[in-house]
Each structure stands twice: as C-alpha cells, then as structure tokens.
Design a protein around this ligand. Sequence first.
Ligand code: AMP
Length: 439
Amino acid sequence: MKVLVIGPGGREHALVRSLLADPHVSEVHAAPGNAGMAADVPTHAVNAQDPDAVVALARELSADLVVIGPEAPLAAGVSDAVREAGFNIFGPSKAAAQLEASKAFAKDVMAEANVPTAMARVATTAEEAADALDAFGAPYVVKDDGLAAGKGVVVTEDRVTALAHAEACFAAGGTVVIEEFLDGPEVSLFVISDGKHAVPLSPAQDFKRIFDGDEGPNTGGMGAYTPLTWLPSGFVDEVMERVAYPTIREMAKRGTEFVGVLYCGLAVTSRGVRVIEFNARFGDPETQPVLARLKTPLGALLLAAARGELDDAEQLHWRPETAVGVVMASANYPDSPRKGDVISGIADAEALDDVFVLHAGTAESDDGETVTAGGRVLAVVGLGQDLVSARGTAYEGVVRISWDGAQYRRDIAEQAAEGRVHVPAQGQPAPGSAEGQAN
Ligand code: AMP
C-alpha cells in the first residue's frame, strides 16, 4: 500500500520510519516533510493546512492511506476533505478534533461521559477569572481555551501572574479555563481509535519545560521515554475503561466519531487517574520513543483504524527494550528560534547501535548542508534494556551532534531511572476535596 504522511515535524519523521518498516507498505510519501524525511522518502511541497491541496496530492499519488500528523490540518478540516474524496484517512474530522482544539468542549464531553478530570470553570471576564482562582486556590492553573501548542497554560503559585495570563487571553479575544491543580506524575497514553474500537499504545512521559529540573518556559516537549515502570498495575486498562472508551462512545453518540489518536494526557493523583487534556493526534516527542518500541506493522494498524476495522487488527507487539528520546532545540527556543545554524554529527550518532535520529526543524541549505529551520530540531532516540542503559545510549547519540547554540535537557528520564518518580498513594482523598468524579 501507498501511504501519504502529512506534517513537517519529528513525529511525522518517526511515522515515516515506522511505515517504511511495514512489509504491507510499498511506498511512503511526506508533505511537506523536512530534510530528514526527504532523505528517506519523496516529499511534496504542499501546504498541510490546505484541504484541496492535500486531496489533490492524495489523488496524484493514488494513496491507499493518508495519515495526518499535526493538529493544525485537523482543525483546518483536511481530514474531512480527504475522507469525502474517498480516501482512507487516519485522523479525526474537524468536529471530532474539537476535543483538542477547545478545552471547554473537551470538558463538556468529559462531564457527559463521566470521565475523571480536574474541576474547572470557564471564565470570560477578569472578575470571573478572579472568582475561579479563589475558588480553587493555589497553585493556580489558567489555560487559554484554544490551540496553543502546549504553550497557553500557566501553572503558578502567584495569583497576580495567574490573573495577568487570564487578562492577556481576554485581551486577545479569548476565554480561559481555570482548573484545580492536579498533583502527581503525568502520563501520555496514545489510544488508536476507529470510532468504535480502541487500542492503547505504550504509555510515555514527556518533559515540557525547556530547562533541567522542569525550569523555564513550556515548550512543545523536550524529551520523552517509554514504558513507565512506576505506573500502578492495571493503569492502562483503567484508562481504557474510565477514559478512552467513554470518550469514544460519547463522540460517536454526538455523531462525531473519533478516528485517529485519542491522546490522553493524564495525571496519576492520590484520587486516581485524572485527564489533564486530550489531544487529537500523536504527541511529539512521545511518538519517537513509542514507535521505536512498536513491532506491529504500523501501516496495517492505521489502515484498520481508518476503515473502522480495529477489532480485526492483530494484537500489538512491543520490543522489550526501553526507549528514551532527547530533543535538541535551536538557539533562543522557545522564544524566537534561530534558523540556519549548520548541524554536524548526525551520521556519527546514527552509526551507533540502537540510536535513531528523527528530524523536526531541519532544512537543507543551498550548499547541501543540514541546517536548523525551527525550534525543535532533532529527537535522538536510544533503546536499552532498562532506563539507565536507554538514557546512556540516547545521550551518546546527542553528544555526537552539534550546532551553534544547540540546547537540550540532560535530565530526560533521570528521575525514573533513579526510582524517584513519586506516585501518590492511591485511594487517598485529598483533604477538603470531593471524592470520586471531579467534573
Ligand atoms: P495542557 O495544555 O492542558 O496539557 O497543559 C500543559 C501542561 O500544564 C500540562 O502538561 C501540565 O504539566 C500542566 N497542567 C495542566 N493542567 C494542570 C492541572 N490541572 N494541574 C496541574 N498541572 C496542570
């Protein structure tokens, strides 16, 4: 089968690599792709957010499957157009992708489906925001209600900062969602859905802040690892039962079947699992280590989901190794990433056993050199028999790669490798909080 992957980033490069390894897949194409994808497959200079352009390319290639990577094409209705044109498409409709595009919509679906999440209030004025902040108390969680690539959320002990973020969102014409703070480690679980049936991938944890020790501003994600040895037993089954299936059923009931990746961003709190957010696509950078472990052919799995035949799909098989992905970002990321710095050492890193280098913001210069072309530039994934060894492998790859101003975190998966991830004792209601569902 011929597969067309839509998107420009590291997640799409990981998808391309896994699709190339699938014996059912004869050809992979990417649009627009990046320098790394261009080295592996034909790429096409098409605007990923333009539904007509993507449909035209799918026709030209006679694609058997179109896979959408990022959220922006989903919100632009690219899936709808490709589906209407008669292609198999892996990616939710614009209406279903509201689960990610609007936090208020996601909260409404969760309330209806009885999915455990943080208590929240929507605010449209400074007065409402102040009331909600005082109702929940510190630490304050203030979220821009819209697509913000993970950067529209402020978590702070400082009421003035929290209110200032809310006011900035109002000034930009938006609304905000203010939430109770969820303590406990975060988990990303990707659930592949065909609209009715669902299959979980291996749970992962990502690192959103730019600096070691979770300091500095939020980014799109600076690294990730999988699987998570510290999870309570039965965790994934519980998420499927209490979160994924109720959400998928609620979406179907509303006439907006969810076909694609239901990315469950979760917190493991003392009162059990809580949804922090949903996304409507694979997460970046978790996809890079997660797919490095997946042995099941990816193309056949995504095609089964696109056709609504996931109940017939083969059971997923995983490599026993642990995978750690470290993102290398350009100078000045996340503020105003510098472009055009010449990258060296990628081939040296890839020459190492069990190291994979996936490109995100890279381009080829006029002189044929690989240069930085975005904020997150590369993800270096290492496999190992445990976290200590997978970290060692990943960082061996990282130190071989360099460019002016390259930034990366030294502590990806370090706490987990040292057994320092603290999971609150389960079944302990926090003092003064409502037990059970918290919608
Ligand atoms: P979101 O865009 O909703 O995923 O939020 C981005 C990040 O903010 C999350 O990954 C968390 O680290 C943090 N966050 C969001 N909501 C909460 C919450 N209710 N309690 C604690 N941290 C949160």
